[in-house]
Design a protein around this ligand. Structure first.
Ligand code: HC0
Ligand code: SF4
Length: 567
């Protein structure tokens, strides 16, 4: 409370926790590397230093405001200090900017320009540390790390995993995995949240752009693309549109112009997931099966559960994720329909998620020796390809998906937001059981960006206790409460990323909470105007179940759409 004076302007403190927040309220952007409102305060980068009268230079992120404080944000000393910090960081940093994946998106580069650093008085470090590209989803280049510790706190505080930590001392300090193990050999679940928060090119997404172009340019291949729910409300941001802009038709148009043969929608597989998972859930309810049932579409959550909670594997739904149901349908059925072998059809996914790259490479998801999903591109990677193709995104005339795999319900679309899978199951089950909510079911308690949501829903004579959780630290918290008998549910949805897929590690500015909220709202706006609201009303899904899979609950449906888990 009270007020402070920032560069001569009186500013109320309000509920600001530190000087940095008040300064931002005053409309002044202080530079920071290590400050994120969702993570703990670290105060390491010192870029946010301000001068406070009678205190001298202080780090604004870790100094609380006091009534009457007189603060100067732009003085000879702050300017000299910021430039010196940037220069020292650059001296110790790989400077191959034009070929860096973060070029033009790098915060170090941006701040160096902003503060006019145009010469570096110190020699560059010449020791080159090895790059770790052993994992499926993320690449670590320690030569570009500025030791801000953002990845360390993100992985520990939001995902509860603590894959990264500081090792060694002084000028040898590095951020690394335990015992310096390769990324492929640690418990990392590939969520990409550390990549999203990394200000430089030290952590980047493993690109599959070259492989995608090779497939598109190969005349012997039929290239089929699926687009995940959360991509369509985020990709526009890469072309300067507001967060949450819906650009579905433009994405389809761009892919066609790039030379893709068929553009399909993951939504059709999400509807299939809703149906299969709801049937599994109702059968467990009726037959005394393992409960709570946990959703299984998030590959980060699945890997986490396999590694940390072997005792819960029977509680996981056996449904493959929509991405993998789609891949399975394409390779086992669609390829035949168009007279091709599974090897002649290349299935590319566009996902908001980096862990989907890992999921696609799980050995169980193959048909006749080839992967069901061959290539996974993130939202940002697809945007990059659209730029490379020279397409003016704004000018693209929206196009429609191809059939028979191009149509999904509103219930499938909301999979992209935390709570969406839960709501779709509620829509299906209440319709199926003929409860009071047959028709247009909206289930608001499942919605929103909060980390843990709990509710009870009554369908006919049954009360279902449900929980929705995002962020693996929140999930762990919930699991412990279940274990200790403090909580008990029938159905739990888990998504690893904050806000669900809209906040996936492959999205533009994946760490931007305001953008996540806009994307979430956009998804529900699109759902509200969608004519087909529930999975069971999607005629294309019913056709596929009956004509390709020999009816609901058949052996084929089980074989093609379900999976198992490993300890
Ligand atoms: Fe998601 Fe999915 S909703 S995980 O968040 O379930 O990535 O968008 O594609 O598979 O449909 C991500 C998003 C998907 C899958 C779907 C699910
Ligand atoms: Fe941790 Fe996710 Fe980064 Fe892996 S990808 S190190 S789990 S934040």
């Amino acid at each position: 409370t009270g007020q402070v004076y920032i560069d001569g302007q009186a500013v109320p403190v309000g509920d600001a926790q530190n000087i940095l927040e008040v300064v931002r309220k005053a409309g002044i952007e202080l530079p920071t590397f290590c400050y994120h409102s969702e993570l703990s305060v670290y105060g390491a980068c010192r870029l946010c230093m301000v001068e406070v009268e009678s205190m001298g230079l202080v780090a604004s992120c870790s100094t609380p405001p006091a009534d009457g404080m007189i603060i100067h944000t732009n003085t000879r000393r702050t300017r000299r200090l910021r430039r010196m910090i940037l220069e020292l960081l650059l001296a110790n940093h790989d400077r191959e900017c034009p070929t860096c994946a973060k070029n033009t998106g790098c915060k170090l580069q941006k701040l160096a320009r902003q503060y006019g650093v145009n010469t570096i008085r110190f020699g560059n470090r010449d020791e080159k540390l090895p790059i770790d590209a052993s994992g499926s989803s993320i690449v670590k280049d320690p030569n570009k790390c500025i030791l801000c510790g953002d990845c360390v706190r993100m992985c520990r505080e939001v995902q509860g995993l603590g894959i990264w930590d500081f090792a060694h001392r002084g000028s040898k300090t590095q951020v690394t995995t335990a015992f310096g193990k390769d990324l492929a050999d640690v418990a990392c679940v590939n969520c990409g949240q550390c990549v999203a928060v990394c200000p430089t090119g030290a952590l980047t997404v493993k690109s599959e752009i070259d492989r995608a172009w090779s497939a598109i340019h190969d005349p012997a291949k039929t290239v089929v693309v699926q687009i995940a729910p959360a991509v369509r409300v985020a990709l526009g941001e890469e072309f300067g549109l507001a967060a949450g802009s819906a650009v579905t038709g433009k994405i389809v148009a761009a892919l066609k112009k790039m030379g893709v043969d068929r553009v399909f929608d993951t939504l059709i597989a999400a509807d299939l997931t809703t149906i299969e998972e709801s049937m599994e859930f109702m059968s467990r309810m009726e037959n005394g099966g393992k409960l709570p049932l946990f959703t299984s579409c998030c590959p980060g959550w699945i890997k986490y559960c396999e590694q940390m909670h072997g005792e819960l594997l029977e509680n996981l739904s056996s449904c493959r994720s929509p991405q993998q149901m789609f891949g399975s349908l394409v390779k086992k059925h669609y390829a035949k329909k168009i007279g091709k072998t599974s090897g002649e059809v290349v299935c590319i996914s566009v996902m908001p998620c980096t862990a989907k790259k890992f999921e696609a490479q799980r050995p169980e998801f193959t048909t006749d020796g080839v992967y069901d999903v061959d290539i996974v591109l993130t939202t940002v990677e697809l945007a990059q390809m659209i730029k490379e193709a020279g397409l003016v995104f704004d000018d693209l005339e929206p196009a429609g998906f191809d059939n028979p795999l191009g149509m999904g319900s509103g219930g499938a679309l909301i999979f992209g937001a935390s709570g969406g899978v839960m709501e779709s199951v509620v829509r299906f089950v209440s319709g199926y059981l003929g409860g009071p909510e047959v028709g247009r079911v909206d289930y608001h308690p499942a919605r929103g960006i909060e980390g843990i949501k709990e509710a009870a829903v009554t369908v006919k004579d049954k009360t279902l206790k449900v929980a929705v959780v995002n962020g693996l630290a929140n999930a762990e918290n919930l699991l412990q409460r279940i274990k200790n008998g403090e909580a008990d549910y029938h159905l739990v949805e888990v998504m690893a990323c904050p806000g669900g897929c809209v906040g996936g590690g492959g999205q533009p500015d994946a760490n931007d909470t305001a953008a996540r909220v806009q994307r979430l709202k956009s998804i529900y706006r699109l759902d509200a105007v969608e004519q087909v609201h529930k999975a069971q009303d999607n005629v294309y899904v019913n056709k596929i179940i009956n004509e390709w899979l020999q009816g609901p609950g058949s052996h084929a449906a089980h074989h093609d759409l379900h999976t198992g888990y490993v300890h």
